[in-house]
Design a binder for this molecule. Structure first.
Ligand code: F6P
Length: 360
């Protein structure tokens, strides 16, 4: 029988989402199924009329795969269990979303999201009897039970390129360049880009630092005859007093940003080196996906449809040991994946003489 499945992207966007949608559309078409793209995450189901598009292979030629962002739109606001209404009240709107799924006649749904989105989507699915499979995406790479998530590779490439671009200007001006990268509470982007981009210092939230250690490394670089240094700092690194560098916006939300300036100033105070700061921000989420993100996203999109074909739900596709596998969504949410301080990459950084800020 012809199935109709839904697909949506939820949470922050990243590069590679379109490649995953494209793969799911082509795989579903091969099986003779219809696929409906729900717009703006679950928000498309809170609209009247419901906001969705019937997706066809003709709409998803190879060029779509090259595009950053998500053609379906997304949102990382508006938890349907506690939805902020225009009049300032908070409302549970889950029944409207469940009714939306049902009135579209969907057999099942593919949710492309991070751990926060999965927690909400899974709760919704349980409540509404919706059959769901998940595809992991996040530049932060903090979802458990998978070695990588869509978007991480591109974000690391962008951050590495930023270091490549900062190096010549740092050398020309004898400066310390501080690059602040995203990653929320996990330091994966900083660690990977820092190693690949030749940083002298990498500060991540998982490893408490001392400014004296950072200053010592910069002094050693100078004593070694190099006139510049590159420092990467992850956005959730705290000040020496233990405060997170977050700004409260007028919408009431706190967002990371600015620890780079703090670290830059501390380095200047401790070393006297002229210091400049770059906050990379959402540049890490845009751009055409790397080959690796396209590949993983394509494999994930196909596998998600295959799981539906096998009638296996409440599963998340995952990348392990060069293969696409599937794991319980619940396990992936539970196993938050920060940087393991005993991992090969932490060891590699130390072995390369990169300071992680905790050396005595
Ligand atoms: O989770 C992905 C992420 O890009 C984080 O690295 C970052 O802290 C956050 O989202 C930014 O969110 P927003 O797009 O709401 O500014």
């Amino acid at each position: 029988m012809k199935k109709r499945i839904g697909i949506l992207t939820s949470g922050g966007d990243c590069a590679g989402l379109n490649a995953a949608i494209r793969a799911a559309v082509h795989r579903a078409d091969l099986l003779g199924w219809e696929i409906y793209g729900i717009l703006d995450g679950t928000a498309g189901l809170l609209c009247d009329p419901l906001q969705y598009r019937v997706l066809t292979p003709a709409m998803f030629d190879n060029n779509v795969m090259r595009m950053g962002g998500t053609v379906l739109g997304t949102t990382n606001k508006g938890n349907p269990f506690a939805y902020p209404m225009p009049d300032g009240t908070i409302k549970d709107r889950t029944d409207e979303i469940i009714n939306g799924f049902k009135s579209l006649g969907l057999d099942s749904v593919i949710g492309i999201g991070g751990d926060g989105s999965f927690a909400i989507l899974r709760k919704l699915a349980m409540q509404g009897g919706i059959r769901m499979v998940g595809i992991p995406k996040t530049i932060d790479n903090d979802i458990g039970e998978t070695e990588t998530s869509i978007g991480f590779d591109t974000a690391v490439s962008v951050a590495t390129e930023a270091l490549d671009r900062l190096q010549p200007t740092a050398a020309s001006h004898d400066r310390v360049m501080v690059l602040e990268v995203m990653g929320r509470d996990a330091g994966h982007i900083a660690l990977s880009a820092g190693i690949a981009g030749g940083a002298d210092v990498i500060l991540i939230p998982e490893i408490p630092y001392r400014i004296s250690s950072v200053a010592k490394k910069i002094a050693a670089v100078k004593e070694g005859g190099r006139n510049f240094a590159l420092v990467v700092v992850s956005e959730a690194v705290k000040t020496v007093d233990g405060d997170a560098s977050q700004m409260k916006f007028t919408d009431g939300q706190k967002r990371y940003g600015g620890i780079g300036h703090y670290i830059g100033d501390q380095i200047f105070k401790a070393t006297g080196s002229e210091t400049r700061v770059t906050i990379l921000g959402h540049v890490q989420r845009g751009s055409s996906p790397t080959y690796n993100d396209r590949l993983i996203a394509s494999a994930f999109g196909v596998k998600a449809v295959d799981l539906i074909a096998e009638g296996r739900f409440d599963r998340m596709v995952a990348w392990k040991n060069r293969e696409v596998v599937d794991v319980p969504i619940e396990a992936a949410i539970a196993a938050y994946q920060a940087v393991d301080i005993n991992s090969s990459l932490v060891h590699t950084a130390r072995a390369l003489g990169i300071s992680l800020g905790d050396e005595i």
